[in-house]
Write a protein that binds this ligand. Structure first.
Ligand SMILES: *Cc1c(COP(=O)(O)O)cnc(C)c1O
Length: 400
């Protein structure tokens, strides 16, 4: 049982079809992964922005191995040194308050919404304004928070307490704010929604509105956080600070982990019994996350993301100039999208055949999320494969 087709067969038979996997990935190192048949790919999905420091980074591997041999889990009934140190690190990088740990992005966003509701409960405020085309996760409440009908369809009745505004349109947000509103939740760059960056003007507008009306500004940094956009956190690009933000995806380098980071004014909203998570912040995940933060700092990956992003986006721009159906390059740092007229699916699968893994963002955008320590020559190699893939999809008759 080693070949890709056998494994795909087992998936078809036994794994519920919530995804449509393509390649079979069995090992990875840095920016490269290998499949069950020995084929090597350049991985510009990085596990959907999870492997920001690359696959099997030696420091992260060692931290996981050491912690696994010492103490994997102890529950939150007891103090854990690595969780304490991680909370301190994230507080110092972020808002100077406290952290809550969980296991995924959806849970981290749920924690933000629960905390906002608890904060507003005395005043009878509970409604959270989110953006159309956003993505906040797959729990029932986060399906409700996500402003996309395709995520919500078939799951009625969805939890109440969300209102939707147009992204990058502050007037639309103002229209949704009323006496019940407690918070505004926004992504600094919409990832799943098509790699669309919030404008600085919009983020500043949301901040001012929250200050004027006494609302909480909540940022979903699950995809755009931890160096991905060329800043530690995506909101920094816009020169504002939210009252709380969520992290997950890349936080523990592939060990499942989510976190909510809050400012001092929200530090004590949750009390014993308000909220919880059995696994949240367990020693294994916390040790992995501490190693990930060390690597980002030691290797200067926040600046590297900004620099490599320019190289990648400049290279992609040439394809916009060359092909009518390639419309636009989008994104910040190494959260990069290539907008296509029609479905992006054919381009993604042509890239895979060339040896490059990338993914979609919505129907019409090819999304590139390489590890932040991707090398210049790996970007050049990827651009060549993207060029070949586009030629095959849009110009199949042309002579070589
Ligand atoms: C991936 C993602 C989530 C959901 O994270 P899970 O770990 O899959 O629950 C939430 N928000 C954003 C912006 C994401 O990209």
């Amino acid at each position: 049982m080693s070949k890709s087709t056998d494994i795909a067969g087992l998936f078809d038979q036994y794994v519920m079809g919530t995804y449509s996997p393509t390649a079979t990935v069995t090992s990875g190192h840095g920016c490269k992964v290998r499949d069950a048949d020995g084929m090597t790919y350049l991985d510009f999905t990085a596990g959907i922005s999870v492997l920001n420091v690359g696959h099997t980074h030696p420091k992260v591997v060692k931290a996981i191995q050491d912690q696994a041999a010492t103490l994997v889990h102890c529950s939150n009934l007891f103090y854990s040194p690595s969780q304490a140190l991680l909370a301190q690190r994230l507080s110092k990088l972020g808002l100077g308050g406290k952290c809550f740990f969980c296991n995924s992005g959806a849970e981290a966003n749920e924690a933000m919404v629960k905390m906002a509701r608890l904060w507003g409960a005395d005043k009878g405020k509970f409604e959270v304004v989110t953006m159309r085309n956003s993505f906040h996760g797959r729990t029932l409440a986060m399906c409700s928070a996500t402003g996309q009908s395709k995520i919500q369809h078939g799951f009625d009745p969805l939890p109440l307490g969300f209102a939707y505004a147009a992204f990058n349109d502050i007037e639309s947000v103002k229209e949704q704010v009323n006496d019940r509103t407690v918070a505004i939740m926004v992504e600094a760059v919409q990832g799943e929604g098509g790699v669309i960056a919030a404008t600085e003007e919009f983020m500043k507008g949301v901040r001012v509105l929250c200050d004027e009306k006494g609302l909480l500004m909540l940022c979903d940094e699950v995809q755009c956080g931890l160096g991905r956009t060329g800043y530690w956190f995506g909101y920094e690009r816009c020169g504002i600070q939210p009252d709380a933000f969520s992290l997950a995806k890349s936080l523990a380098g592939g060990v499942p982990m989510g976190a909510m980071v809050v400012s001092p004014k929200l530090a004590d909203v949750f009390k014993p019994g308000s909220h919880g998570s059995t696994f949240g912040g367990n020693p294994l995940a916390s040790a992995a996350a501490l190693a990930v933060l060390d690597v980002i700092e030691e290797e200067g990956l926040v600046a590297r993301s900004a620099e490599a992003g320019v190289l990648l986006r400049e290279g992609l721009q040439a394809f916009v100039d060359k092909y009518d159906k390639v419309l636009e390059v989008r994104g910040e740092g190494l959260l990069v999208g290539l907008a296509i007229e029609g479905s992006a699916k054919d381009v993604v699968s042509a890239c895979r055949q060339m040896g490059l893994l990338c993914c979609m963002a919505g129907e019409n955008v090819v999304r590139f999320l390489p590890p932040l320590n991707v090398k210049d020559d790996e970007i050049e190699e990827a651009l060549e494969m993207i060029g070949d893939a586009l030629e095959e999809v849009y110009n199949p008759e042309a002579d070589e």
